[in-house]
Design a protein around this ligand. Structure first.
Ligand SMILES: Nc1ncnc2c1ncn2[C@@H]1O[C@H](COP(=O)(O)OP(=O)(O)OP(=O)(O)O)[C@@H](O)[C@H]1O
Ligand SMILES: N[C@@H](CCO)C(=O)O
Length: 322
């Protein structure tokens, strides 16, 4: 059953590699992408806002390609699509823009043909495309997710974010692609470093599940990717080492960077002190950045109604943060 009137979806941003959880632990964040998808006579794209500029407006677009994978998997043909998109997730900054596009495309395309694929199938397809499950899992399911990918199937557990957990992101004004940041990583790590991360990832996951914010400082350390990516984000090493002295529970590179993320306990009213520290350290290295305080986003990809009056942009204008 194809929904001729089309579908509209909203998908949250995400941070991957939470602390020591490289390629494993992700958290949804309340910055969003919106996608509207309709069957059409000829494929056409309406891309709105600065984050969409430069993206292809033809069938090479990631969202069109992913939608066609859903149709092929379900044995349905919808070769021509009208796709509208707006996003407030900065591209190529470590906040999961590609994951939100993949999840949004999978979710919208599946709804368009009557939802024949279940969430687990969509998650497997999303992980196969993104190559690691942490961004796509957070965008699809919301909250905090821990996931394992065996190359064809992903198992996932969603954790409700602790009520007092706050997130500060510092988003530098330069882009860093995941592929470039991945080239910086070594092919092998020592047993000692593997144990360092396994123990902290286990502690962090358990602490988040139990709401034990007091255990986060001991757990938010990594030896698998951050040390090797430090030169790509000047100032990062100092921020990771000293953020707790400025009120953070811990800090990390968000995804593949360059965004830096600090966790805080709302009850400690950390506020401006931490923001100033992050911005000052980056500025010392000639990097301009903007900071945003966010709460973890508790929901994942969701369908929006199509029955309201007005265009795609009329609809989402009321929802947009910036
Ligand atoms: N809405 C979209 N439509 C089509 N392509 C998109 C869209 N959003 C993102 N992309 C593609 O994803 C690329 C960014 O992916 P990349 O993995 O490098 O960064 P990221 O997902 O923003 O960050 P990270 O994975 O580190 O969190 C963009 O350059 C673009 O090619
Ligand atoms: N786990 C990924 C996240 C970026 O998409 C990486 O660090 O390369």
């Amino acid at each position: 059953m194809i929904r001729e009137g089309g579908v509209r979806v909203k998908v949250p941003a995400s941070t991957a590699n939470l602390g020591p959880g490289f390629d494993t632990l992700g958290m949804a964040l309340p910055l969003y992408s919106w996608i509207e998808m309709k069957p059409a006579e000829t494929t056409v794209f309406h891309l709105y806002g600065g984050e969409m500029s430069g993206l292809p407006k033809d069938k090479s677009n990631l969202v069109y390609q992913v939608a066609q994978m859903v149709f092929a998997e379900a044995g349905v043909q919808v070769p021509e699509l009208e796709i509208s998109m707006y996003s407030e997730i900065p591209l190529t900054r470590g906040l999961g823009s590609s994951a939100s596009a993949i999840v949004g495309a999978l979710f919208a395309a599946n709804l368009l043909i009557g939802a024949p694929l279940d969430q687990a199938k969509l998650f497997d397809m999303a992980t196969a495309l993104e190559k690691h499950p942490d961004n796509v899992g957070a965008s699809l399911f919301g909250g905090i997710i821990t996931a394992v990918w065996d190359g064809s199937h992903a198992d996932v557990l969603r954790i409700d974010p602790p009520a007092d957990l706050e997130v500060l992101v510092a988003i530098p004004d330069f882009q860093l692609s995941t592929s470039k940041a991945r080239e910086a990583l070594p092919r092998q790590v020592s047993l000692q470093d593997a144990v360092y991360n396994v123990s902290r990832t286990s502690l962090l996951t358990a602490a988040l599940a139990a709401g034990r914010l007091d255990l986060i400082p001991a757990a938010m350390r990594d030896r698998l990717h951050q040390p090797f990516r430090a030169s790509l984000v000047p100032g990062m090493s100092r921020i990771l080492a000293e953020a707790t002295e400025h009120g953070a529970l811990g800090a990390a590179l968000s995804g593949a960077g360059p965004t830096l993320l600090a966790l805080a306990d709302r009850r400690q009213r950390t506020g401006q002190n931490l923001e100033v520290f992050l911005l000052d350290v980056l500025a010392e290295h000639g990097i301009r950045a903007r900071t945003i305080w966010l709460e973890p986003c508790t929901f994942g990809a969701m369908e929006l109604t199509m029955d309201k009056e007005g265009s795609f942009m009329d609809y989402i204008k009321g929802e947009v943060r910036t």
